[in-house]
Each structure stands twice: as C-alpha cells, then as structure tokens.
Design a protein around this ligand. Structure first.
Ligand SMILES: [Zn+2]
Length: 217
C-alpha cells in the first residue's frame, strides 16, 4: 500500500483512538474526584464513631437511656460505615478499570504515532530519491545536449517546432517513424552508405532520421 493511503488510514484511526483517550481522561478525573468524596465520607463517619465510642468508654454517659441511645447510634454508624466502604470499593474498582483502559489506549496512540513517523520518513525518502532521479535525468540530458553540435541542435529545434513537437524520428523497417512513409530503395542505399556521424533527413517529411538496429538497411 502506498504511504499516502496508509497515512490517511492511520490518521482516521488516530482520530478515533484520540477521541476515546479524551473520554477516558474525563472519566478517570471524574472517578478520582468521586473516590476522594467517598474516602472523605467514610472518614467523617468513622470520626464520629470514634468520638461516640470514646464517650462510652470513658463512662461519661451515666443516664441508662442516653447510653442505650448512644449504643444504638454506634450500631447504625457501623452499618453506615460498611455501606460507605462498599461505595468506596465500587468507585475504586471502576477507577482502576478506567485507568487501565486509558493506559492501553494511550499506548495505542503512541504506537500509531510511531508508525506514522516511520511512514512519513519513508515517504520523504522516496520523494528525495525521485527528485534525485529527476535531477539525474536533467543532468544526463544537459550532458548529451552539450555534446551535440550547435547547428544540429538548431535544426532539431526548428523541425520540432514545425513538425508538431517531433523533430527527429527513428528509421525502422525502412520506414520513417515521424511520417510513417517508406524510404525508397535508392535513398535507403544512400543512407546505408553514409558515415555514422552524418545527419540524415527523411525525404518525405524532412525530419532528422536516426538509424537503429532494425532500420532494415
Ligand atoms: Zn518522414
């Protein structure tokens, strides 16, 4: 798969996971606050139980009915503490689960970012290589043009402008690749006898004719 397609795919997945991570952070924050409240509730009732128990232990309540009421209150405080501790435990469990999921999703996000960085690196490297090869072709062309005589280049440029962008054509199977017409036998004989550095022209269209291995000479 090309890097661009993979990157688009990862961008979409990252958006989804990032959304989840944001939701989970809010959930963890809410549950953390809820846990603090639950802890404080338990501590508050325990403090009251300690105070009451202290009074009972000190024997400062002498009235039997008042003592009875106090013992009843201590029992109900005991139940209240037990209920509040259940709430505390439940919040703690939900907080742990949310925190574990947040950790996992955060790891997913980091993994995606790592892969995206690698893909971007590969894409940049390929772009660099492509640019390098384009520059190479340009350098080669410049070197070739520099080797050609000025009058031949001028002729080629003029023909290219006149002949629809094709100033030179290959001679293949005794035909001009520019106009597609067959070269007559006497011209072929002249071409076959011409020195390799002589500039040949098609008698029909006037384009520069380039001899090839399959010219049919
Ligand atoms: Zn021709």
């Amino acid at each position: 798969m090309p890097e661009a397609v993979q990157l688009a795919d990862f961008a979409e997945r990252r958006r989804d996971v990032d959304g989840l991570v944001r939701d989970l952070r809010v959930e963890v924050d809410d549950l953390t606050a809820e846990q603090k409240r639950a802890d404080a509730d338990v501590e508050q009732v325990k403090a009251r139980r300690a105070r009451d128990q202290g009074m009972v232990d000190a024997g400062s309540i002498t009235d039997p009915k008042a003592l009875q009421r106090m013992l009843g209150e201590l029992e109900s405080l005991e139940r209240r503490i037990s209920d509040l501790e259940d709430v505390e435990l439940d919040v703690m469990e939900r907080l742990e689960a949310a925190q574990a999921e947040l950790d996992e999703r955060s790891r997913n996000l980091a993994e995606i970012d790592e892969k995206v960085a690698l893909l971007e690196e590969a894409r940049a490297r390929k772009a660099g290589e492509l640019e390098e090869s384009v520059l190479g072709v340009e350098r080669e062309r410049a070197a070739m043009v520099a080797d050609l005589p000025d009058d031949l280049l001028a002729l080629y440029g003029k023909l290219r402008d006149q002949k629809g962008g094709v100033g030179a054509a290959a001679l293949r199977r005794r035909e001009c690749g520019g106009c597609g017409l067959a070269i007559n036998p006497s011209d072929l004989a002249a071409i076959a006898g011409a020195p390799t550095d002589e500039v040949l022209r098609c008698e029909e269209c006037g384009r520069i004719l380039v001899r090839t291995g399959e010219s049919g000479l």
